[in-house]
Structure formats: structure tokens, C-alpha cells
Design a protein around this ligand. Sequence first.
Ligand code: DOR
Length: 446
Amino acid sequence: MSTTFDLLLRGGTVVNQNGIGVADVGIRGGRIAAIGDLAQAEAGDELDARGLHVLPGVIDSQVHFREPGLEHKEDLATGTAAAALGGVTAIFEMPNTRPATTTAELLADKISRATGRAFCDFAFYVGAGRDNTEELGELERLPGCAGVKIFMGSSTGDLLVEDDESLARILASGSRRVAVHCEDEERLRERKHLADEAADPRAHPEWRDEQTAFRATDRLLRLARAAGRRVHVLHVTTAEELQILAASRDLATVEVTPQHLTLRAPVCYETLGTLAQMNPPIRSGRHQEALWMALRAGVVDVIGSDHAPHTREEKAKPYPASPSGMPGVQTLLPVMLDHVNEGRLSLERLVDLTSAGPARVFGIAGKGRLAVGYDADLTLVDLQAERTITDSWIASRCGWTPFDGKKVRGWPIATLIRGHVAMLEGQLAEPQGRAVRFAETLPRAR
Ligand code: DOR
């Protein structure tokens, strides 16, 4: 009797911990059931993957989807649709919504809003504030929680924890890895006049300069060391931060974004204006080269998109009244596949950054590896496909991308989530996203 699967991917080039090679993938009950030569097997459904690379599902561990409160920019349906179209199988969403996600009720509200509407799997961060410090240890253990997020410098929204004493208390409350936006609020305030006087987005990396980022990361590492608490430093942008982070690998993990690896100051501000404005800023070539060196040296753990949609009207306000942030969840993979084709990183390293990395950093249960027993989250890509990224392709409600007009080689063809085909050749299926589970907070069996 031959083996049967719910779904069989035939003849794709599988990229996983064993290397890269042609293999079939058998899926049963939403999980990977077999990898290898399954020519004799039968399946309810089959997908011809010949000519495609089969990657473990891409996990974007930093997005802002704006629901509740700012749905004119994005909501959980449009944001996750953009994710699935871009080959992303799971997203972790940030707490700077309106209201900010700072209580168990608000976290449960996001989970119930996402259920039945999300096109990919999801988890939500809880925002650290002065009012919920004592509860963070409990909040971070709730189902669907990706962990605690700290904003050390103010960005979009009103979540902010700037002083060492409050930070130390937060780091002493709870035990999971804490994700942190590192910009020094005091220095941001001192230097704001530079942005006001220039009234030009080219001043953005002057106002929010290297020292602003370095000081915050340096302070965080000292406080995390004192507390014995693991931290994840989001969207790292400077050569100097990478040096101290490389010396703190026992404690700290590192995220970089495709934008910081791809766009450069000052040219990005000259061509894109305020569309290129994000926090921390896009910086000069010296820093971009340092990011690539750190990525190759293994100092970078994950690529996150920091998808932060704002409408074109909002972005058209004169700098610095224009909001910071750009969409990115849908373009993360095509932009990075193009870097692979340009020889800037290997496909194996990309998979390490987008699947194994997030699984390791956040302790995701049953995802992040293309291996038997894991969730059947798979991203199928055509490495040879040449396409142009355009605003019209963007499913985010904001309707634009900083990469409009960019020609890329490498494109997501299908997104499989727990064995169902969430996206095939640009067509989305019904939303079936579920909460991601984490190893440190698995519920006890009854
Ligand atoms: O540029 C940014 N935009 N950086 C952040 O940290 C927040 C984000 C947003 O939510 O708009």
C-alpha cells in the first residue's frame, strides 16, 4: 500500500538544514510528513513545484498593522494579505496601535480581530509602559503573545520608556526575550531643532544620528546585562552598534531591515523625499556596508520588514510633520531574493535569517524549519523570475512602496500555511491565519 498525503509538492528544490536539493514534500494534517523521493505516494492534492525553490515559510517578526485605531493606514486583513502575497507565512505585529496593546484585554482583542480575517499566522507584541510594568511577566505568557516591546525613543504612537530606572524595572519583570527600538529620547529632543530648521527629509539622519542609536543600544546592553535578560535589538542601523552587539552575543540578538540593506542616504531622500523617512533612519553607505558585513559574519539573526504604512497624504506633509515609516512586508522577500541573485548573500543564509532565525530568537514552537513534524509553512519561489515591483501590486491599504519601479530577479509564487495554499500565483485563498505558538509558553496538557 502506498503512503498517502493531503498535499504533495512534487519535484521542487528544497532548501533546508540538509542543504539544497530536489525532493518531494508530503504534507498531512497541516504538518510536514515526509521529504524525499515520494514518487510512489498518493495525495489528495498535488502541486507541481518543478523549477521552484521550496523554502521554509518566511516569518516577518516586525510589522505594524494599525488595527485597532488607525485602519485608514492598514488593518489586520490588508496587512496579512500583503504578507501572504509576498511569501510571508507568519507575522509578529507591534503594539503601537490606538489604543496601544498594553493589557490582556487588548491583546485578546487583537487575536479575536485577526481570527477569521488574517491571511497568514500571527502573534502580537505587548507594549511596555510605566503602567503595566508589574504585569509584563504575565502578559508575555499569554497565548498569541510574541513578547514585550520597548520603545526607548518616541516614534509613531505614544509608547515610550526613556529612563534607565523604568527600563531596569521592565527588564526585571518577566523572562522572555524583549524586543527593543533603540533611539535615545534625550538626544532626540536635544537635536529636534535640526529637523525643524532644515525642513527637509535629508536632515532625518542628522537629527536621529548615529549617536542617538548607539547611546540607546549601549544603555540597553548594560541594563540587560545587569538584569540577566535577553534582548532583541530591532532595525539596527549603525556600524558602531554592530560592534558592541557582536560582543554581546550571549545576551542580544539583532534584526536588520531590507530597507536599510537596500536604500542609501542621501540619495534615497533626494529621490523618495519623505517616503524614505523611517525611524531609525536610512543612513550612509558606510553604515550600509557595515550591515552587510555583520550579516555575512553571522551577527545579524533576522530580517524583519518593520512594515509601517502611512497614507500618501500623511507622507506628503512637510518634513518633519510627515510620519516616519514605510510598508515592507510584501516586498521583504522579492527584495532579498534579488540580493541573493546579485551574490550579496546565499539562499541558505536568507532562509537562516527569515525562518530559522526568528524561530531561534523567539522560540517559535513547530515553525521555522522545513523538517518532518514541523508545521507545513512553505514559501515557493521562482529564483529566475524577473519582475518589477510596482505600487499597483501592493495590497497594503497605503497603496505604495519605496521600491516602486525596482526590477528584481526572484519572486514568491506560492505561500503554504499549515498545509493550506494561502497564495498561489498572486491569488489569495480564504483567510485561515492562526496564532503562532511559542516553546516557552506552551499551555499544559489537561
Ligand atoms: O519609522 C517607523 N515607523 N519606526 C517605528 O519605530 C515605528 C513605525 C510606525 O509605527 O510608523
